[in-house]
Design a protein around this ligand. Structure first.
Ligand code: PEP
Ligand code: MN
Length: 263
C-alpha cells in the first residue's frame, strides 16, 4: 500500500485546511516537551508569526532515563489544545502506547509515533484505527525497508494518512546524536508515494548544525521539517542542546523561504 508501484501519484494528506505532501513545504516546530503554559504559548506565537503551520510538543515523553522529565501528560495535552485555540496551529504530539491513545487522539490533530516505537506493531495497529494522520518516525536502527513496512502496518489497518519522518539513525559517528540519513529522502520518494519530512533536531542533537541541514533536507526533496524550538533552550527540561532559540529559528525560516515555497 505504501509502495509507488501500488500508487503512482504522491499522497496528499488533507488535515485542518493544510495539504501535506503537495506543493507547499510545511513546518512543524515547537519545544521537545510541553513544560508550562508560558513556554508553550511563547513558542507557539513565535512559530505562528513566521509561517509555521503545525506546533509540536510532547506531553508523554519517551526518555532514556526514568529519572528524566516524563512530560505533563494530560495537562500537556490541554495546553496544546489551548495553543491551537490561540494560534490556529495544528497539534502534533507523540502517542507512546495503546493505553493513552484515546486520550492523545482526543487532543491531537496529528499523532506522532516516536522512533523507539516504530516497530511497536501493536501500537501501529491501534493508530491504524484512528481517523488522524500519523507522523511515523524512522527507528534509530531501522532500514528504509523496515520503516516502510511499519507504515504498511498502519495503512493495512485502514489509515492511509502516514507521513514518514527521517530523524537520524545510529552510526559509529558520535559527534552528532545520530546520523542524518538524507539519502532516505530521495530513496523513499522513489519507493513510496507517502509524504516525507525531516527532523534535523533529533538527528543532529546540536542546535548549531540545524540550519544547514534544514536547508539540505529541503534541497533533497523533503515535504516539510520538524524542528525543536524553545523560548529559552538553556532552561529546557528536555533536549535544550538541540533546540533553536526564537532568533535562530526566525533566521532559519527566513533562509528556507529563500529556497522553497515554505508557508
Ligand atoms: C520527539 O520528537 O520528541 C522524539 C522523542 O523524537 P524521536 O522519537 O525521533 O527520538
Ligand atoms: Mn526532543
Amino acid at each position: 500500500l505504501a509502495s509507488r508501484t501500488f500508487q503512482e501519484e504522491d499522497t496528499v494528506i488533507r488535515v485542518g485546511g493544510l495539504e501535506i505532501g503537495g506543493d507547499t513545504i510545511h513546518m512543524i516546530a515547537g519545544p521537545c516537551a510541553v513544560e508550562s503554559r508560558e513556554q508553550l504559548m511563547e513558542a507557539a506565537s513565535i512559530a505562528r508569526s513566521c509561517g509555521v503551520t503545525m506546533l509540536r510538543g510532547g506531553a508523554f515523553k519517551p526518555r532514556t532515563s526514568p529519572y528524566s522529565f516524563q512530560g505533563l501528560e494530560e495537562e500537556g495535552l490541554r495546553l496544546l489544545a489551548e495553543a491551537r485555540e490561540a494560534t490556529g496551529l495544528l497539534i502534533v504530539t507523540e502517542v507512546m502506547d495503546a493505553k493513552t491513545l484515546p486520550l492523545v487522539a482526543e487532543y491531537a490533530d496529528i499523532l506522532q509515533i516516536g522512533a523507539r516505537n516504530m516497530q511497536n506493531f501493536f501500537l501501529l495497529r491501534e493508530v491504524a484505527k484512528v481517523d488522524k494522520p500519523v507522523v511515523l518516525k524512522r527507528g534509530p536502527s531501522a532500514t528504509i525497508e523496515e520503516w516502510l513496512m511499519a507504515a504498511e502496518y498502519i495503512m493495512v489497518g485502514g489509515n492511509y494518512n502516514v507521513i514518514l519522518c527521517e530523524r537520524g539513525i545510529r552510526s559509529f559517528e558520535s559527534y552528532t546524536r545520530n546520523t542524518l540519513d538524507l539519502t532516505a529522502v530521495p530513496v523513499v520518494k522513489h519507493l513510496s508515494h507517502l509524504p516525507v519530512i525531516v527532523d534535523p533536531s533529533h538527528a543532529i542533537g546540536k542546535w548549531r548544525y540545524i540550519p544547514a541541514m534544514s536547508m539540505a533536507a529541503i534541497a533533497a526533496g523533503a515535504d516539510g521539517l520538524m524542528i525543536e524550538m524553545h523560548p529559552n533552550p538553556a532552561e529546557a527540561l528536555c533536549d535544550g542542546q538541540q533546540s533553536l532559540t526564537p532568533n535562530n529559528f526566525i533566521n532559519v525560516m527566513s533562509d528556507l523561504k529563500k529556497i522553497a515555497g515554505v508557508m
